[in-house]
Design a protein around this ligand. Structure first.
Ligand SMILES: Cc1cc2nc3c(=O)[nH]c(=O)nc-3n(C[C@H](O)[C@H](O)[C@H](O)COP(=O)(O)O)c2cc1C
Length: 138
């Protein structure tokens, strides 16, 4: 059964480009071997990540990601069964959003405005859907 998980977190202060590259290399390796797809977004020191895959594989991976000292302050925004993959061609897409892009895509100005209440968490789902469409067409 396919599930979709979205969380946000705060990057450790001073996280470098190099560290970000290492995270993506590790992630893409593991994800391709474990049938996980998704997208990692970065804005003003905050991560927002969507992960898609088997329920148990996702939970185990989220547990592992939460123990990673390169980020902290996790908030699980969304965990639902999903009819189809949004990022089926991406073992982990990555995009840094500037303020205008984030506002255009989602209407919020910070990831921290996203909360677990139904309305806000659905904004994060829509944000990832909009970004995935742009990634396909460009
Ligand atoms: C923001 C962020 C996103 C990550 N996303 C993934 C991911 O999608 N898949 C993955 O395998 N590891 C991801 N990682 C890395 C894991 O936290 C962990 O370092 C990696 O799985 C290796 O774990 P291990 O050393 O226990 O094997 C991410 C780390 C960070 C900081």
């Amino acid at each position: 059964m396919l599930y979709e998980l979205i969380y946000r977190s705060t990057a450790k202060p001073g996280l470098t480009e190099e560290e970000l590259k290492t995270i993506l290399t590790t992630a893409r390796q593991f994800n391709s071997e474990n049938n996980i797809t998704g997208c990692l977004l970065f804005h003003e020191g905050q991560f927002l990540q969507l992960l898609e895959g088997d329920f148990q594989v996702l939970l185990d991976l989220y547990d592992k990601i939460k123990r990673d000292p390169r980020h902290r302050e996790f908030l699980l925004l969304h965990m639902k069964e999903s009819p189809q993959r949004v990022y089926d061609r991406w073992t982990m897409a990555f995009k840094t959003l500037n303020n205008n892009e984030l506002r255009d895509y989602s209407g919020v100005s910070e990831f921290t405005e996203l909360e677990t209440e139904e309305e806000e968490s659905s904004i994060s789902v829509e944000l990832f859907q909009a970004i995935s469409q742009d990634m396909v067409s460009h």
